[in-house]
Design a protein around this ligand. Structure first.
Ligand code: ADP
Ligand code: MG
Length: 331
């Protein structure tokens, strides 16, 4: 069982940034308004995610750490997934490859914590915290030296963590995020901070994108809004004059989940085909929302690929939505 957990864990948790992604997604699922992420040594020795979400009842703490236990799906309807998490794999995986402590409190209840280390679960103990959850992961991969060897420099791992947090923050402008490097102890160094927005979605999104991608981007970008047969497209896409020499500044989300998908990036490229030479790439942050049954996110444990029931529809939505916005702007 412990060995199975470690093997499965390798699929979900490839590096510190993948642990951060799972923990922040859990915090988003928990309805948090503020999410703080701290790490030390590129996340190798410490990752801590604090949220003010719904919390986990003391009696449910051991359950949250059991493989395939999830509060988010009843198991009969895998294609109808609303929340990020649905496999019930992240916490047990992290508990198998590091020293994991979950401290949590449901509003009006008492706080409790549980620690699992190398797959061995401790007892539920009283804890002290406000309502919400603090997940602390220490010494990632200490039990799997082979994986330890594959980790890159602290700097590279920290960069990957920042990338994950910023991507998730883009899709959640109404949630406040803070990212800190606490390698030197104390309060740490703030790497990224974005206050929770209020007001209308497009304003909130624009403010958040300005914070993450810079005013340069939002000043040179067009708001995008389109709909086709149950697929909604929103976001911002840059004018052709604000292009890049690589495709790194393309941020695509499906139902709030950051994805990397060839079909979607191909559609983005196609929309700009008449305006950009082959070696220039559009900058964009685009969000597709649809009923969960129209898209399968259960493709890879890291959950970054998607499969639309009708890929042509998704492609057409992007191409026509962007072309329309570009035409309106005089292109
Ligand atoms: P999944 O997210 O796929 O359900 P996880 O292993 O990531 O599986 O989490 C297991 C369960 O623990 C979740 O279904 C949820 O009930 C609970 N949980 C995890 N993190 C949090 C959190 N930050 N706040 C509240 N509940 C949480
Ligand atoms: Mg999860």
């Amino acid at each position: 069982e412990a060995a199975i957990n470690r093997i499965a864990a390798g699929e979900v948790v490839e590096r510190p940034a993948s642990a951060v992604k799972e923990l922040v997604e859990n915090a988003i699922d928990a309805g948090a308004r503020r999410i703080d992420v701290s790490y030390a040594d590129g996340g190798k020795t410490l990752i801590r995610v604090t949220d003010d979400g719904c919390g986990i009842a003391a009696a449910d703490l051991p359950l949250a750490l059991a493989r395939h236990a999830t509060s988010k799906i009843d198991g009969t309807d895998l294609l109808n997934i609303h929340s990020f998490g649905f496999r019930g794999e992240a916490l047990p995986s992290l508990g198998a490859v590091g020293r994991l402590t979950i401290a949590s409190r449901v509003a009006g209840d008492t706080a409790a914590e549980i620690t699992v280390s190398g797959g061995q679960m401790g007892a539920v103990k009283p804890a002290a915290l406000n309502s919400g959850t603090i997940v602390t992961l220490r010494d990632l991969f200490y039990a799997t030296p082979a994986r330890l060897k594959f980790m890159r420099s602290d700097r590279a791992e920290a960069q990957a963590i920042a990338d994950v947090v910023k991507r998730l923050a883009m899709a959640e402008p109404f949630i406040g995020f803070t990212l800190r490097d606490v390698s030197d102890g104390g309060e740490g160094r703030v790497i990224f901070r974005a206050d929770p927005a209020s007001g209308a979605l497009f304003d909130a999104l624009q403010g958040r994108l300005a914070r993450i991608l810079g005013r340069d981007f939002t000043d040179n970008a067009l708001p995008i809004q389109a709909e086709r047969e149950g697929l909604m497209l929103t976001g911002y896409a840059a004018l052709p004059t604000y292009s890049r020499g690589n495709a790194l500044a393309q941020y695509l989300f499906v139902n709030g989940r950051p994805v990397r998908d060839k079909m979607l990036t191909g559609a983005l490229r196609a929309a700009y085909r008449d305006f950009l030479s082959r070696d220039r790439h559009p900058v964009a942050a685009l969000f597709i929302e649809c009923e969960p049954k129209l898209v399968d996110v259960n493709v890879h444990p890291a959950k970054s690929e998607v499969r639309f029931r009708d890929p042509g529809l998704a492609r057409g939505l992007i191409v026509s939505g962007l072309k329309h916005a570009l035409a309106e702007a005089g292109h």
